[in-house]
Design a protein around this ligand. Structure first.
Ligand code: MSP
Length: 654
């Protein structure tokens, strides 16, 4: 095989269930980002996922639905594969535990453990949680007869069973964990596992006789193998372990990372390593236990039911937005929170405002000043060196974070560059450079912005699947950013002057935040206004008004979505603004102080209940607020009123 460094990465294999929600998708999307990152770095990646199809729970559900367990799992697994395809999951193999290659290998593994004296027959009497497929001792359930993991009732089980001699390996396990501090991550989970084993490791019951939906014990077919022993083995059965051809196994094993949710860390860091020790095989290099995406139990997920279905979300918001949200929202080692509102806020702030605007503004200005052709850089200034430095830091920080599996931290590092570049536009003010004919500076600034776009396209390859290519194509580059390799982001200057760019639509359109809520708010406001009578105005000193008079002026925060000059006017700009879910057109006389590109994304203050007026034939539905001050020469300069912290458009100004 090739001499490239190899990287073997796995997700857990999923229980067939009709309720796959966005939280389930998290593990697989996170693993996919990691797989794509490693491929981008030049590794020979093997990325495995699959389905965990045996056990009492599946048999019961199939029975309830009146189908055979095999029919039941076949239907659900087809759904999994469709979901992974929709989310652009780039797995290299999908293992089903009902496949022949898996069944045979698990039986041979069990036989080997039995022959080595690590499996023996006895009688099991204790508690079993069917939903978790977990055995519990009397001591562990502390007399309450509910599962310590999920809180559901446990069942008393008494049957003849085979046991796995885990107790024999407790000392060796502890020594291994001490000697390999990176094996269980994050550290908090490692400490939990150590204290669990130190309390005493009992032998594990590894067969059942009261149902038959499982892999039969080869030498005693009345018994089926415990589903966790069956499932954990997938990481090596998929590589052909014990089959006639073990090439893949020899090439890929041991795994570099098993990525799992925090609730199944115990199985992966205690039972699985001990199985491997008993088989005399090397242990995986790392088990990483990530946090959960906590679902909002409020109106959205319960009453509408379908919003947490990943397929519905992808349909509504697009694959890249959903992938970005999942990867960005669960911080390293802890839980993240899901609500559709949180999702929309992320899309609007990080994707539409930050990334989308940066690329759109850059390409708009390239069109305007250079007919869309990337200029050769000219005169250099301190601010350019700063941008380059931030780009370099972003690449290095993101790389280091990915190596620690801190995916959300990697994205934060990349967004440092996105934000710096947006600030760079405001600081360098290309429109002023163009106006003042500072051609040398303008060329440098525009080159640097396009080059930042190129670097971002390369950096985003692991996380999003169509956006990096779109940026790439818009910058007039050929081939594919994924083909460049991660290192292409480390070298400043990869973009060749002369490239012909093609501006497209903004990458991520802004989304109206929960229309229903906003509609309700608007209604409330309207009703209030209708009932408030026109106030009796008393004669006051000149220029004084009372609070009711002021209250008649409706002021709101608006976000500028589009800005362009009104033809044949030096002063007038036509703006399209968002006021919550409403869109409006305004015409403003600020064209001598502002270039249109400068305004996109700005949050300004607008009088919204002014009668419409036409200015040079263009209708204006409101008036923005600005202060005037003496400018250069005779001219009066203008400064727009904006807000000093993040705020949604549509907010009232009082
Ligand atoms: N079948 C076992 C794994 C066997 S691996 C040898 C299993 N399956 S599962 O379908 O219940 O879970 C699969 C993965 O989805 C787990 O990593 C689990 O943590 C993850 N998640 C399920 N709900 C989740 C969230 N709400 N948030 C994040 N991850 C979640 O366990």
């Amino acid at each position: 095989m090739a001499s490239k460094k190899q990287f073997y990465l796995t997700t857990p294999i999923y229980y067939p269930s009709d309720n796959l929600h966005i939280g389930h998708a998290y593990t697989t999307v996170a693993a996919d980002a990691l797989a794509r990152f490693k491929r981008h770095q030049g590794y020979d990646v093997m990325f495995l996922t699959g389905s965990d199809e045996h056990g009492q729970k599946i048999q019961r559900v199939a029975l309830e639905q009146g189908v055979t367990p095999q029919k039941y799992v076949d239907r659900i697994v087809a759904g999994f594969k469709h979901l992974w395809k929709t989310l652009d999951i780039s797995y290299d193999d999908f293992i089903r535990t009902t496949e022949e290659r898996h069944l045979r290998s698990v039986q041979r593994i069990f036989q080997r453990l039995y022959e080595n004296g690590d499996i023996y027959k006895s009688e099991y009497e204790g508690w079993y949680c069917v939903p978790c497929e977990t055995f519990w001792t009397e001591r562990q359930i502390t007399g309450e007869h509910v599962c310590p993991d999920c809180g559901r009732p446990v069942e008393l089980v008494k049957e003849e069973s085979y046991f796995f001699r885990m107790s024999r390996y407790a000392e060796r396990w502890l020594r291994y964990i001490e000697a390999n501090p990176d094996f269980i991550q994050p550290v908090s989970r490692r400490n939990e596992m150590i204290s669990f084993v130190k309390q005493g490791l009992e032998d594990l019951c590894v067969t059942r006789t009261t149902f038959d939906w499982g892999i039969k014990v080869p030498f005693d077919p009345d018994h089926v193998i415990y589903v966790w022993i069956d499932a954990l083995a997938n990481y090596i059965t998929a590589l052909g372990f014990t089959s006639a051809d073990e090439t893949k196994f020899r090439h890929h094993w041991p795994a570099d990372v098993h990525l799992v949710g925090k609730e199944i860390v115990r199985f992966h860091t205690i039972i699985w390593p001990i199985m491997l020790m008993a088989l005399d095989l090397p242990l995986p290099k790392k088990v990483f236990g990530h946090g959960w995406l906590i679902l909002d139990s409020g109106k959205m997920s319960k009453s509408k039911g379908n919003v947490v279905d990943p397929l519905v979300l992808v349909d509504k918001y697009g694959v890249d937005a959903i992938r970005y949200f999942l990867l960005r929202e669960i911080p390293f080692g802890s839980d993240g929170y899901y609500s559709e509102e949180a999702l929309i806020k992320r899309i609007n702030s990080d994707l539409a405002n930050d990334l989308g605007n940066l690329i759109y503004r850059t390409l708009t200005m390239l069109n305007k000043y250079y007919d869309g052709v990337v200029p050769a850089p000219g005169l250099e200034a301190e601010v350019d060196r700063d941008l380059r430095q931030v780009a370099r830091t972003a690449v290095l920080d993101a790389e280091a974070a990915m190596d620690r599996l801190e995916i959300s931290v990697a994205l934060e590092a990349i967004w440092e560059l996105v934000k710096r570049a947006n600030k760079y536009i405001d600081e360098t003010a290309p429109w002023a450079l163009a106006r003042n004919k500072e051609a040398d500076r303008l060329a440098t600034v525009m080159y640097n912005l396009a080059e930042t776009g190129r670097i971002l396209a390369v950096l985003l390859v692991p996380y999003m699947t169509s956006t990096p290519r779109l940026i790439w194509e818009q910058l007039g580059l050929s081939a594919d950013p994924a083909a460049q390799g991660w290192a292409a982001a480390k070298k400043w200057g990869g973009l060749k002057p002369g490239a012909k760019t093609h501006r497209g639509a903004p990458l991520f359109p802004r989304i109206d935040l929960d229309k229903e809520e906003l509609t309700m708010d608007t209604e409330k406001t309207t009703v209030k206004e209708k009932v408030s009578k026109t106030p009796k105005v008393e004669k006051k000193a000149v220029n004084q008004i009372d609070i009711h008079e002021f209250g008649r002026i409706e002021l709101k925060i608006a976000e500028v979505l589009l800005a362009e000059r009104v033809p044949k006017s030096k002063k007038l700009l036509r703006l399209e603004v968002a006021l919550g879910q409403e869109r409006r057109q305004l015409v403003a006389g600020i064209g001598k102080s502002y270039e249109p590109e400068q305004l996109i994304g700005k949050k300004i203050v607008v009088v919204t209940n002014l009668k419409p007026a036409k200015l040079m034939g263009v209708e204006s539905n409101g008036m923005l607020l600005a202060a005037s001050f003496p400018g250069q020469g005779e001219e009066e300069a203008i400064s727009l009123l904006t807000v000093d912290r993040p705020i949604d458009s549509g907010a009232r100004v009082r």
